[in-house]
Design a protein around this ligand. Structure first.
Ligand code: 6R9
Length: 654
């Protein structure tokens, strides 16, 4: 854990600021009986069986949970369809004319899809997919910006039982190819482009390059978003326009496929400690029950709420809390295509005011950015419709938490800091806004039925007041079932470290009252602006450049992004260090992975600091990258390498 964060937390524990739910909020809350924790803890399966009643089953399940560590099956024997739950039942009921998706494009164009509209569009898309040969079980890759067609395509896939894999629109051609090949996707849905910060950002061209090495793909559907048909290279026989194909479907209805509760819903790739991202597999029944339940309880969702989760659907937060959880609950969901500073730095607050948003779920990195921009931007808008604020993705520093509550939430909105990850599928540690006394910076307590613990190296529970590794000791319905194509890696990564428990990869501390304080990753996974990036992925990207002999990447503290990437690079003989070389390497990483993985700082060194047993001293590199060049260097094989890196640091910091 970073010493800085530890300092902040210790200071805060002493200060002991806390916020109790108001009497009004408590009285109207969806969850207001504290006995739920005790009840769910005593009988977790009973608790989840109760929640499963909110989902429509085509065939009832016979067993809530089959658990053979680490293999879980939830709601065994049941059959359902995720899309029927997220769309059909609302479109055929009282929510027919209720807005399901309220979308705003970056240039300011808007689209509102009611549940009836969504039903029609999803059916037309499902019909097109079937006509193009996609069958139950086939994988479909989705590479789009934040447009309604992305949600529609996901729901169309789920309707016919074709697992989707959404690839974040910022990934490079090579990253697309890796993912498409790993899951052998048969069809890709993309767009000509998307809008970002006032410019058109091409998407299809990356797919074209990726598909040069993807033999499994035989069709590409292209959404016409930036309206540059002339600039898009449509490959005859392979590429088709989305709108033309969907139009061809007419008003055809595709009955939702009855799918086994454990039928694969999607694969989502996430960074780990090796160079190769892992395809986390999520299945249908448990995932839907878990995301719908947590969404309803944590955000206190009411039928007249307008809910906005600002995450990109390319990440798990978008899957669970833009699409599946909220739509299963029949919510009105706002979706926004662009960046928060276009055309000006008040865009988020303009959206809140324009759409009467009542629940806002965003990331600490965004909150810190808004803090830096200043309170004058939110002050331009009426934010009085807001009643709940949420955060996710990284630890939130108490200052940002308090700013969020005071400046955005009028000092009355509960702030729910929700801890979870791609692998967990659903929120696991979180306040319940009608019950929990909040402490700024703490995700507070495990959700009812979730048994979380903090353990030491030996797996022994650390008493309250102490810190260690975060583990989850019981299965939960939305947990990932495996890594696509690599069950052994799934077992090793998550279940072997502390047998019988799920190892999250995060450090945590509990205070004397049992509140959980998340302390960031304890492995080689970095969290830059809430995006997970593996140090190994960036290192392999760097060494794949002909000028690089060796590279080490570490995360360093960053005021806004949480963490930033610092790369330490040893060049091959003839290459010259310097600004030009820095640009070359940063661009190379963007090519290999995507712009989000570009190192913030690049240091050149004749040698990497290593121990006598040839291990790169990452802790020392972190110290250097953060400007603390002390540290114990007595184990260093060649202490002189330090001096030169130090010099560069001082030059760069000016
Ligand atoms: C949902 C999501 C997971 C990692 C996770 C942890 C960090 C997420 C957090 C948090 C502290 C929170 N993280 N929420 N850390 N407090 N409320 O972000 O999934 O992209 O897989 O990242 O994010 O370090 O291990 P994912």
């Amino acid at each position: 854990m970073s010493t800085e964060l530890q300092g902040t937390i210790d200071a805060l524990l002493q200060e002991d600021r806390r916020y109790e739910p108001s009497a009004e909020f408590h009285a109207q809350a969806n969850v207001k009986d504290p006995a739920v924790y005790e009840r769910a803890g005593r009988d977790p399966e009973g608790f989840w069986a109760e929640q499963a009643r909110n989902i429509d089953w085509i065939t009832p399940y016979h067993t809530v949970l089959e658990w053979d560590v680490p293999w879980a099956k939830w709601f065994v024997g049941g059959q359902l369809n995720a899309t029927a739950n997220c769309v059909d039942r609302h479109a055929h009921g009282s929510r027919r004319d209720k807005p399901a998706i309220v979308w705003e494009g970056e240039p300011g164009d808007t689209k509102v899809l009611t549940y009836a509209d969504l039903y029609r569009e999803v059916n037309r898309a499902a019909s097109a997919l079937k006509r193009l040969g996609v069958q139950q079980g086939d994988r479909v890759a989705l590479y789009l910006g934040m447009v309604p067609e992305l949600a529609i395509a996901m729901l169309a896939c789920a309707r016919i039982g074709a697992p989707h894999t959404v690839i974040f629109g910022g990934f490079s051609a090579e990253s697309i190819a890796d993912r498409v090949n790993d899951c052998e996707a048969k069809l890709v849905v993309t767009a000509d482009g998307t809008y970002r910060r006032g410019s058109k950002f091409g998407l299809k061209l990356h797919v074209d390059r990726a598909l040069e090495s993807c033999p499994s793909v035989d069709k590409v559907l292209v959404v016409n978003r930036t309206h540059d048909p002339a600039e898009v290279n449509m490959v005859p026989g392979r590429d088709l326009w989305w709108h033309a194909e969907v139009d061809r479907s007419g008003s055809e209805i595709v009955p939702p496929e009855p799918l086994d509760s454990e039928h694969p819903l999607y694969i989502l790739y996430t960074s780990g400690t090796t160079g190769k991202p892992k395809g986390m597999l999520h299945t249908t029944g448990g995932y839907l029950v878990g995301t719908a339940t947590t969404h309803q309880a944590v955000f206190d969702l009411k039928d007249d709420d307008v809910y906005w989760c600002t995450a990109d659907i390319g990440w798990v937060t978008g899957h669970s809390y833009v699409v599946y959880g909220p739509l299963a609950n029949g919510a009105t969901c706002v979706m926004y295509e662009g960046t928060p500073d276009y055309p000006d730095k008040d865009r988020f607050w303009a959206l809140v005011e324009r759409h009467n948003i009542s629940i806002l779920y965003t990331a600490p990195t965004a909150i810190r950015t808004f803090m830096k921009w200043g309170a004058q931007y939110p002050a331009k808008h009426d934010l009085s419709t807001l009643r709940i604020l949420g955060t996710v993705g990284e630890p939130i520093n108490p200052e940002a938490w308090v700013w969020y509550r005071e400046v955005i939430g009028r000092d009355i909105c509960p702030v729910v800091d929700t801890w979870w990850m791609t692998e967990t599928g659903m929120i696991l540690i979180t306040p319940l806004p009608g019950l929990t006394t909040l402490k700024p910076g703490s995700a507070s307590f495990p959700f009812p039925s979730i048994e979380a613990d903090v353990v030491d190296d030996q797996g022994t529970s650390v008493p309250l007041g102490g810190g260690g590794y975060l583990v989850i000791k019981r299965p939960w319905p939305a947990m990932a079932r495996t890594i696509w194509g690599d069950p052994e890696r799934y077992r090793q990564t998550y279940w072997d470290r502390f047998p019988g428990s799920y190892f999250a990869g995060d450090g945590a501390k509990r205070d004397a009252e049992g509140y959980f304080w998340l302390l960031g990753r304890v492995d080689d996974v970095l969290n830059v602006s809430g995006h997970r990036i593996g140090t190994m992925e960036v290192e392999s990207a760097l060494v794949s450049h002909p000028s690089v002999a060796e590279a080490a990447v570490v995360g360093i503290n960053h005021e806004i992004k949480g963490q930033a990437l610092a790369a330490f690079v040893t060049l091959r003989g003839s290459s010259e260090p310097g600004d030009e070389q820095v640009d070359i390497l940063r661009n190379h990483v963007a090519e290999k992975i995507g712009p989000i993985a570009k190192p913030d700082k690049v240091f050149f060194t004749a040698e990497l600091p290593k121990t006598r047993s040839a291990k790169i001293m990452r802790r020392l590199l972190r110290d250097i990258g953060e400007g603390r060049v002390g540290g114990d260097t007595t184990t260093l094989a060649d202490p002189s390498v330090l001096a030169s890196i130090k010099e560069q640091y001082e030059e760069q910091e000016g």
